[in-house]
Design a protein around this ligand. Structure first.
Ligand code: SF4
Length: 340
């Protein structure tokens, strides 16, 4: 968790972001509907902070992460980015060299360290490739920089000529992190970066990410379904449900004082560290809503144990209920929900 994050300035502002994927059917592949993977999502990432995006699988967190670095094109919304010189850049309009420049500043670490590294490339080529593509270094300067990057993630220079298959999962993720650092980014989207790793290795990689953040002033958008990991690393948390943010606040506030029933249910599933205490898990009835056909009103209402009549008809907007604590629930002020 980085300190003093709230004193930091906005690095990226995301407003009303949507990504709808067409559903095509029949021989002519006609569009018969849309999966609203991300639906009117707004948030800010501050420089040097870790903002976590959490929620069950399929809630839109990965799609959001990919949209904000233009790995996939959003359907709607605005994204602005503050570059090194303090210029505010509208991201969706970027093309050609400008887009290439932005891509140096915003990187991604993928979930699966087994499939995200090309098995035919040596570590030297994997880590050095971004430098070669962007022509920032060449020759011996490039080799020196690759060795330096490997050392910064706890690997040795003599790993350079080896191939991904000869490394453990944790080491491969370190190679992926070294690659993402090559171009000195300011923002890294970490897409479930530790969920494929053993628990003991997870802690090492989280510590590494925290050390690198402190050293380089990096901002992370940390995508995860694991609230234990999120509690450890993030400054603020955004909870997503069926393509929308339902709660957004500082980590401590979300965990100790949740204001949305969905957050309360997610937190109740966290293991209790004290064996003398009983956990009373809130079992959510029913399935996650279908983003191709979300329920009317509050999308969470079919699973919410506090739902009332209005919830079936009226969608609650995301609103500020306490300072820096946003929630979309009609009854946020009245419910007294359980935190951790
Ligand atoms: Fe539950 Fe209603 Fe709040 Fe939605 S608006 S979370 S259904 S109480």
């Amino acid at each position: 968790m980085s300190s003093h994050a709230t004193a930091h300035v906005p690095l990226m502002i995301v407003q009303n972001l949507s990504k709808h994927f067409p559903i095509r059917r029949g021989l002519l592949k006609r569009t018969v509907g849309y999966v609203r993977a991300v639906d009117d999502v707004s948030f800010t990432i501050l420089s040097g902070e870790t903002l976590a995006l959490v929620g069950e699988s399929g809630c839109g967190k990965t799609t959001t992460g990919r949209c904000i670095i233009r790995l996939i094109e959003p359907t709607d919304g605005q994204i602005t980015y503050r570059d090194d010189d303090g210029n505010i850049i509208p991201l969706r309009q970027l093309k050609g060299q400008q887009l290439k420049d932005f891509r140096r500043q915003a990187q991604i670490i993928f979930q699966d360290p087994y499939s995200s590294l090309d098995p035919r490339m040596s570590v030297a080529n994997i880590v050095g490739e971004p430098l070669a593509i962007h022509q920032t270094e060449s020759g011996s300067a490039l080799s020196d920089r690759v060795v330096q990057l490997l050392k910064s993630v706890g690997l040795q220079g003599d790993h350079l000529r080896r191939y991904p298959h000869s490394f453990s999962g944790g080491q491969r993720q370190r190679i992926g992190i070294a690659r993402s650092l090559a171009l000195k980014p300011r923002l890294i989207v970490c897409d479930e970066p530790v969920s494929a790793l053993d628990v003991s290795i997870q802690a090492q990689v989280i510590n590494l990410l925290e050390d690198l953040q402190a050293e380089h002033g990096l901002a992370y958008l940390f995508i995860s379904h694991d609230l234990g990991v999120v509690y450890q690393i993030s400054d603020r948390v955004a909870v997503m449900y069926v393509g929308r943010i339902v709660e957004l606040a500082k980590t401590e506030d979300v965990f100790k004082h949740p204001l949305h029933p969905y957050t309360e249910a997610l937190l109740s599933a966290l293991p209790v560290p004290d064996p003398r205490k009983h956990s009373s898990r809130i079992v959510l009835e029913g399935e996650v809503a279908n983003p191709a056909n979300p329920p009317a009103g509050c999308p969470f209402h079919p699973r919410c144990r506090y739902a009332k009549d209005i919830c079936k008809h009226e969608a609650p907007p995301l609103r500020s209920v306490e300072p820096e604590h946003f929630v979309s629930c009609h009854f946020a002020e009245e419910l007294h929900l359980r935190g951790r």
